[in-house]
Write a protein that binds this ligand. Structure first.
Ligand SMILES: [Zn+2]
Length: 325
């Protein structure tokens, strides 16, 4: 047991130093992370770490196409459409990023903030809802986003219970399957996924610009977190990845929830990675291997160098997949 702990320390230290994140000692003591409900160890508060990182992060503005830009650096990637009708945002970032997101928005144009769309309910995509609503934005989302934000909601994979959001942070317009908006000479198509990363995921397509925001159904270059507590699953995540490949054309600019802006080829690579790891983990489980034995077999090994950075290394992703096969 002691030797195993030493090995965990070595692995964690090398992955931390790549990105500069400081993980607390919680990961290092025991194999507590092996429980699917305890992926990040007993004392590691990954939500607090993500918030602390966002508090320090600069917001990078990346022009995409026509009057659409991405804001990168506050949790989930934000997309901004600007024009005579005012600004429309997809996702709100983390609350602590408000001063830097405000400055970035002002740098794009002087137009007022009129609309906000949430791709799902997670804090790193809705944390700015309250202040953006106060600044003038209506908020549109899947009905389950409003449902989860309205009450205290537990995410076991993060070991965190999020309190009910204030009234101003709740979506003002919700839908179940699809929704269309017409803003700044753009037709904007909102489409739900079957439960994937959560049960509240939607994609948002700017038709004329051919820009597609897929929220956390795509983590470009990172293993995805899957929130089983609010309806996510590995198989739903794979189905959403298939839907994204089908929805993207050769010139489509695709904005992931996390990682750099990409394209259809990147969606295919992500889908193929998910399918391969799911098959490997399912085969181990079918042979009767426990979670700990499956993790020790390193079914993600050939993918870890590319996809295994913070917050999801190969062991944690293996545990997430194991829980769903
Ligand atoms: Zn998410």
């Amino acid at each position: 047991m002691h030797r195993k702990s030493d090995r965990l320390i070595a692995t964690d230290t090398s992955s931390i130093s790549r990105r500069g994140f400081l993980l607390s000692a919680g990961l290092l003591g025991t194999a507590a992370w092996l429980s699917p409900g305890d992926l990040f160890g007993q004392e590691t508060d990954v939500v607090a770490m993500i918030r602390a990182d966002a508090a320090k992060s600069e917001i990078k503005v990346q022009p995409l196409r026509r009057n659409i830009s991405a804001l990168i650096g506050s949790g989930g990637n934000v997309a901004v459409l600007t024009g005579a009708d005012g600004k429309l945002l997809i996702d709100a970032g983390i609350a602590v990023s408000r001063p830097r997101i405000s400055a970035a928005l002002t740098g794009i144009s002087a137009k007022p903030i009129r609309h906000l769309i949430n791709t799902h309910w997670h804090f790193d995509h809705t944390g700015g809802n309250d202040w953006l609503h106060a600044a003038g934005a209506s908020i549109t989302a899947h009905a389950n986003t409003r449902k989860h934000l309205s009450v205290a909601t537990r995410v076991e994979g993060w070991k965190t219970t999020f309190p009910a959001a204030p009234g101003g942070a709740l979506p003002t317009t919700v839908f179940m399957t699809s929704c269309a908006m017409h803003v700044n000479d753009e037709s904007i198509a909102l489409q739900r996924y079957e439960p994937a990363h959560t049960d509240a995921d939607i994609s948002v397509r700017f038709e004329a610009a051919d820009v597609l925001h897929v929220g956390d159904t795509w983590w470009n270059g990172l293993y995805p977190f899957i929130d089983y507590s609010t309806g996510g699953s590995i198989d739903g995540t794979i189905r959403a990845a298939e839907a994204n490949v089908a929805a993207a054309g050769p010139a489509t600019i695709v904005v992931p929830g996390h990682g750099p802006v990409g394209d259809r080829a990147g969606l295919i690579e992500f889908r193929d990675m998910l399918v391969a790891i799911r098959e490997r983990v399912a085969a181990l489980k079918k042979r009767g291997m426990s979670l700990e034995e499956s993790v020790a077999a390193k079914p993600t090994a050939s993918y870890d160098a590319k996809w295994g950075d913070f917050p999801m290394d190969g062991r944690k992703f293996t545990a997430l997949v194991y829980a769903g096969v």
